[in-house]
Structure formats: C-alpha cells, structure tokens
Design a protein around this ligand. Structure first.
Ligand code: NI
Length: 304
C-alpha cells in the first residue's frame, strides 16, 4: 500500500497530511481487509495441485539454484540472514544473491515489488514472473501469510525475495516502539514458519517512517521511486503505463499483487522492460546483497 507522502519526506511529514493519506487509502479500499475476506479460495485451489507439482513450473532458473541455499538456512530464531565472515561488523543484514545476478552499477536493473499479499492472485503472478525468469520482491502482510503459507513457500522456492510489511498494516509512526517490534516480529515468525526464511528487509505501510520507526527497525527500510497507484486505478492498461512511463535504471516499482488488475498488467510490464534492455532483480540483488538503511531506488549505469 502506498502513502503518496514519501516524495515530500516521510520523516518530516505533517500529522494532517498523514491523516489525509491514511484516510484516502482507507476510502480507496487499499487495505488487507479485502484480501482477508477472500483468503479461503485460492489457498484451497493451490493445495489441490499438491505442493511439489505446484512449485515446479513457477521456479525460475536462478531460483532453482538459490533454492537449496534458502532451504538449508537454519529456521531457528536468530539474527536474520547473518553476514558471513567478511562483513561481520556490518549492522546491515544481507540475503543470498543469485550468482547470475547482474551488477546494477553496470547494467540497467529494475526491481518489481509487490505489497500486501499473499493473495488470491499471487500464484498467477508467480507464473508470469517465471515466464520471463524475473525475480521480484514481495512485501508480505503477516495475517495474509498465516492464511496462505503454501503461496509464501512457493514464492521463496521460485527465487523471489520476501520482505516484512507488518502483521496488520498499521501506520507504524502511530505505534509505540513495543508495538512496532511486535508487528514485525509476528510477521517474521509467520514467514519463517511458512517458508523457512526470515525477511532481511522491511517496507513500512504507507511508506510512513519517523524516528521511532527508524530506531526500532534495524533492517533496511525499503520505499520506492515509481508508484503505479494500482490501488487507486484498477485498470491494467493504466497500471502498465504508469510503471513503464517512469521506469529508469535503479527503479523500485510499487505494485500490489492483491489486485487482479495489477497481476494482469505484469506481462506487458515484463515484456516492454525486457525489450528496453532491463534486468529484473530483487531488492537485495540490486545492492549486491547489502541494501542501505533507507531505500528509495537503486544504482544505475553512469552512461546510458
Ligand atoms: Ni501496503
């Protein structure tokens, strides 16, 4: 879910603007409540396929190679994705980056990010991404994870990155430190239980960040620099146009895979950006495994 406020500086936004953004989002129905209402159907359908059969066609090549690394990870609680020896001093968690991931300083990269799922259309999206061998990043809402653990497992197995998008999608700037930690910790545990991984990155709902949030979240906070406003304009052609118009090297594009119109727009986005020479990367891949503390967009080649 978007905020519309980050461009003007999330840390300094006024209380009034925050209320307006929140109200606008709620009025527009940009919430996880819609997804929750329908959470039974696709889960049953996916289960009927059987987990092994369902996972295989979704897997992109890079995902297949990254997969054993992901599943071997010790599922017991601990620091998320500890950094191996070399950069042990760094406070920034890292995630495994596929060997074939490009250097985004040298080639044109774009990160497709999908918020608020998993939802009834996430499996369809996984198939579309697999067709283009395009890894993406999914910022999951904990209470949706609990309803669709199989979808989360298939997402990880396919080589996509998972981020924490809180348990119930509150504006974190209105919560106490303890409640911020609880929103994220509960979601981490649900994702870990579903897929054996702990997210190394966090996307705050509405892009809302203040000093308390920054203090409580030690993982990179991932915002975006291309907003498709797909929660507002539920029209596939319009969503695709919005993504394609603003895409540049290093773009982090915000989508919501709980919207069927969004999922329908993705093949055109994948096809057009591929033709323009873009490589699709996860957020961690975009930064060589070490995203900064606050992410709006990634690096791009200096000369184009
Ligand atoms: Ni959201």
């Amino acid at each position: 879910m978007r905020s519309g406020m980050w461009g003007r500086g999330t840390a300094t936004r006024s209380r009034v603007a925050g209320v307006l953004a929140l109200a606008a989002a709620l009025l527009a129905g940009c919430g996880t409540s819609g997804a929750s209402r329908t959470s039974g159907t696709a889960y049953s359908r996916a289960s009927a396929d059987g987990p092994a059969q369902a996972a295989r066609p979704l897997v992109v090549d890079r995902g297949l190679r990254a997969h054993p690394k992901v599943l071997r990870r010790d599922p017991r609680p601990g620091p998320p994705h500890p950094v191996p020896s070399a950069s042990a001093a760094s406070p920034t968690p890292t995630v495994p980056v596929a060997e074939e991931a490009p250097d985004c300083h040298k080639v044109k990269c774009v990160a497709l990010t999908f918020d608020d799922g998993p939802g009834p259309y996430t499996d369809k999206l996984l198939r579309e991404l697999a067709a283009y061998r395009a890894p993406a990043t999914f910022f999951l809402v904990g209470r949706n994870v609990a309803g669709r653990p199989d979808v989360v497992r298939r997402t990880v197995e396919a080589g996509h990155e998972i981020g924490d998008h809180t348990w119930s999608h509150p504006d974190l700037t209105r919560l106490s430190a303890a409640r911020i930690r609880s929103q994220l910790g509960r979601t981490d545990r649900a994702i870990e239980k579903a897929a054996g991984v702990v997210p190394a990155i966090v996307r705050p709902p509405y892009g809302a960040v203040n000093r308390t949030v920054r203090r409580q979240v030690t993982r990179p906070l991932v915002l975006w620099n291309v907003d498709t406003e797909d929660w507002r304009y539920r029209n596939s052609a319009r969503v695709a146009r919005a993504a394609l118009k603003d895409a540049r090297p290093g773009s982090v594009i915000l989508f919501h895979d709980i919207r069927p119109t969004t999922v329908k727009a993705i093949p055109r986005v994948l096809k057009t950006l591929s033709k323009r020479g873009y490589r699709f990367v996860t957020i961690s891949e975009m930064f060589g495994g070490k995203p900064p503390r606050l992410v709006y967009g990634g690096p791009g080649p200096k000369a184009r």
